[in-house]
Design a protein around this ligand. Structure first.
Ligand code: SF4
Ligand code: SF4
Length: 172
């Protein structure tokens, strides 16, 4: 390679780098100052309709358990056994006529891989996922959600809505 060819290649590399970098000057910033600013998800989390046999797309955050629908059939726990062993069936103090054994799933988010297969396995519309993605805890015990905790509807205090256009995702 002679010196002229080498110079041409270097100059072309520099021009490409400037071109590529300058494109990003015009793109709106995506980084959020978490936790002061949080993502605001719209819509429900992942659900499954057992009658139609179809999943309904949504965020796979932590689950929500509808106690009035759960029969304690354990299908969610049996499904998870081969995946993460994150579900344990535990006794509840409430009594529901559809749940003769008074047992419901408890989920360990230290083990859960958020695959959603337990939601698919539930034949009674009792277990869905939600948009709640803030699950960090200081101890492993705090990652275990009892049936009572799973029944609580997440409070969304997200402040930043994500928008998507032909140049990708951005926030206002
Ligand atoms: S989402 Fe997957 S890993 Fe998590 S509890 Fe359900 S089946 Fe288990
Ligand atoms: S959540 Fe659904 S699959 Fe799990 S025990 Fe309750 S009814 Fe059965």
């Amino acid at each position: 390679m002679n010196s002229t060819t080498g110079f041409t290649k270097s100059a072309s590399g520099i021009i490409k780098a400037i071109e590529s970098g300058s494109k990003h000057l015009l793109i709106r910033r995506f980084t959020l100052f978490y936790p002061q600013k949080k993502l605001k998800f719209v819509g429900d989390g992942y659900q499954f309709d057992p009658q139609k046999g179809v999943g309904i797309a949504g965020t796979r955050g932590r689950h929500i358990l509808f106690h009035e629908k759960c029969t304690g059939c354990q299908l969610c726990a049996i499904t998870c056994e081969g995946i993460a062993e994150a579900i344990e069936m535990v006794k509840i103090t409430e009594s529901w006529k559809q749940n003769k054994k008074s047992i419901m799933p408890q989920i360990d988010y230290g083990k859960c891989v958020f695959c959603g297969l337990c939601v698919d396995a539930c034949p009674f519309y009792a277990l869905y996922m939600t948009n709640d993605y803030e699950l960090a805890a200081f101890t492993k015990t705090h990652l275990i959600y009892t049936p009572a905790q799973l029944a609580v509807k997440p409070q969304y205090d997200g402040t930043v809505e994500i928008k998507i256009d032909d140049r990708g995702a951005y926030h206002g």
